[in-house]
Design a protein. Sequence first.
Length: 320
Amino acid sequence: MQYNQRMKLIQQRFEIDREHAGDRLDQVLHRLLPDYSRSRIQGWIRQGFVYLNQADCKPRQKVFDGDVVDLDVPERIETGDRPETLEFEVLHRDAALFVVNKPAGLVVHPAAGHRDGTLVNGLLALDPGLARLPRAGIVHRLDKDTTGVMVVARTLTAHAWLVARLQAREVTREYLAICRGVVTAGRRIETGIARHPRERKKMSVQARGKPAITQLEVLSRFRHHSLLRLRLETGRTHQIRVHLAHIRYPLIGDPVYGGRGRVAAGVVPELASRIEGFGRQALHAERLSFVHPASREAVEFTAPPPADFAALLEALETHD
């Protein structure tokens, strides 16, 4: 991204590849910049802020391999959120991106009831320029009470690159999870996931939902619980939580998908007390790897489980 202080423009160039050849211009730009609605992108094109091969164009115009699309869009602050100094670990920073270790209890995006004290607010304190990017540069998210590694773009070019890699399933996201029940073997969970038909704050497995794929590996088995490693091939809302509940191995502490029996029958009192007091879903984003948008080299970032997760695991090893 180039930022022109005098003219206040956001400028970006894309070269169309074979994957997008033959598709409509507005559709292609929406795929490359998914945090902008298609209607907004269509408005940019109609207002003359988008050029195809250095010429005016129309939203429905088809693009072909090798075409060049230039955006010359008036800058607009995409978030009115204020910077706040918050406590979270920055694992890596460079001109193109931040990699952070999100703690439990930190909401990622401002929303009703969480206008302040979010990761977005904290990121804006680190780099006010993130206000010019969609969602302040955040390209994927973690639930409020899920911990671990997240990548944040610092330029529009890096943002487009990372979004494209996510869509192409070229970003590796691995999680550690502690579930209720003894999982006998690893497996590939593949379902559709969509909004729950009655409980609108929940997601559920549905045949007509968006495709969702989770790879499951068993790391340790206890008497009543299991430690799992999970790799996301897709990134649907609450995907791991929904998938584990679907195969009847819900996460310890999951308040939404954990079911009525929060503690398995037969668990000794000491462990039952630790499980009941855990207070959140036992899920941690341990590893993230991708091709860096600037260097084009493979990079990998990891974060160890936080203290409460490690203490729960120790209690399972002692009592279960």
